[in-house]
Write a protein that binds this ligand. Structure first.
Ligand code: GAR
Length: 208
């Protein structure tokens, strides 16, 4: 049984999607734990309710990102996870951490990368005026939202959309794509060659 750990900074609906998919047997894994950088994150409440161990590494208590990551790294190591899932984790992981877990960290991003990396991806998409957007699950490398892409799913940007309505539409795709990617990882069906990721078996969720 693989061990999947999650890092989340906020609401944690993607974390919940992973918990539920594990609970339903769709993802053949156990949830090793949650780590949050934010003591007010609702994700912590979700872990508590599901009986999943959680660790708070409160970013605001550290003088620098380096100090914070010096605490984050042993917390991550202590979970003995095969896979770390960044599910609404709103920081860029430093190179030291990324190098510690090569090919074992994935992230969900609310845009079709490489467009609109970074924060407020849905707002960026609206401001740019694209007609479709979506979500991306990708491996984490040392850049910002730049690692090899595992799965993407698109949604239309509709006239009259605001950040909230577009985010909601994208989120419903996230909740399908993230469990799908975690399942493929846990079943050993993902192969990475350079930037190209191939996945055997189950087809990806269709576009929204
Ligand atoms: C999700 O839309 C996720 O893609 C995004 O934050 C939201 C978290 O929602 N992540 C990023 O923007 C990372 N740069 P959740 O806490 O309900 O899963």
């Amino acid at each position: 049984m693989k061990r999947v750990a999650v890092l989340a900074s906020g609401r944690g609906s993607n974390f919940q999607a992973v918990i539920d998919a594990i609970g339903e047997g769709y993802i053949p894994a156990e949830c090793a734990g949650l780590i949050s950088d934010n003591p007010g994150a609702y994700a912590i409440e979700r872990a508590r309710k599901a009986g999943i161990p959680f660790f708070i590494v409160d970013y605001s208590l550290y003088a620098s990102k380096e100090d914070y990551e010096s605490a984050l790294l042993p917390a991550m190591q202590s979970l003995h996870a095969d896979l770390f899932v960044l599910a609404g984790y709103m920081r860029i992981l430093g190179a030291r951490i990324v190098r510690e877990f090569p090919g074992r960290i994935i992230n969900i991003h609310p845009a079709l990368l490489p467009s609109f990396a970074g924060l407020h991806a849905q707002r960026q998409a609206l401001e740019y005026g694209v007609k479709v957007s979506g979500c991306t699950v990708h491996f984490v490398d040392e850049g910002m939202d730049s690692g090899p892409i595992i799965v993407q799913s698109c949604v239309p940007v509709l006239p009259g959309d605001d950040e909230e309505s577009l985010s909601e539409r994208i989120l419903s795709r996230e909740h399908l794509c993230l469990p799908w990617a975690v399942r493929a990882f846990c079943e050993g069906r993902i192969r990475v060659e350079g930037r190209r990721v191939s996945i055997t078996g189950e087809p990806p969720p269709p576009p929204g």
